[in-house]
Ligand binder design. Sequence first.
Ligand code: TLP
Length: 346
Amino acid sequence: MIDLRSDTVTRPTAEMRRAMAEAEVGDDVYGEDPTANLLEQRAAEISGKEAALFVPTGTMGNTIAIKLLTEHGQEVICDSRSHILDYELAMTAWFSGCLIRAIPTEDGILDWSQIRPLVKPVHPHCGPTGAIEIENTHNMGGGMVYTVEAIREIANGAHELGVRVHMDGARVFNAAVALRVPVEEIVAPVDTVMFCLSKGLGAPAGSILAGPAELIDKGRLLRKRLGGGMRQVGVLAAAGLIALEDTPARLGEDHANARFFAEGVARIPGIAIEPRKVVTNIVVFDIGATCLTAGELSRRLKQRSVLINGIGPSHMRAVTHYDVTRADCAQAVEALAEAVARVAIN
Ligand code: TLP
């Protein structure tokens, strides 16, 4: 199977498995797991933040961040296709008691001029804005990347109004490779950042929440409250360290494969995509004119040993990662062309 459903499907490398087997561990709830401690220290250094917290999932990292930055009864501003809104089981409402104030965008990327009019003060009629959330790269926007200037403008504007900013940087290392800018510079303007070790970076599980030490200390308690006190978690942190230190250097290959795949797909009649917009490892394409639904096309692809999921009835998302090669991408394009052509014949 050529699995383009997500970069979450990556399996740990032989080196990760070795490091996991040999990891020094202790009880992390007592702060005694040396490997988890090292991972948190390196994650803080690499992201240029005071402190970092190892969390089991990106969802938990975002959940804790929103709780840290808001109070019950506030609003969180984000774009209308953000992961926190569409894929995290209404966690802002469930855990933080906040409403989402969503802004529609073309590709998931917000700018300050769209956000500013929606920032609400304390007032007898409205829920004040507690936090602003930006997603970088933007998943459903096709892996789009914020410029550092846009992030600075949003954070500066927000801070002037006393509002803090969280970045869902699940794939911020992909953004760094696309921009050729260190992660530290990308996340410097925002208050907190979550990034995943378990997507393109290849760790079997785990994400990082980084920010000011005072917030991360509180976050550690929230992680425990959510059931995320993970004891001898060094076995996972050991793989996370390799993901953090070694994998970013090869993400460019995934980006080149994604662009190659997009260029192939763009030549298939009935499929719409602008390959030049593919700058990271996510390819979202419109299959509306093929007369197939995404579900049906997904099924046809599976029969041809290719896994690609729909995101809505007329769009599909393919994600490249280190378990798919250039040849796999070429084969996936062929399978798509064939699956779509059969409709034209019928
Ligand atoms: N994204 C998954 C699915 O949930 C859609 C994927 O396959 O892409 N933020 C962003 C931007 C994400 O893409 C994801 C996962 C998360 C947060 C949550 O991470 P996990 O799955 O570790 O909770």
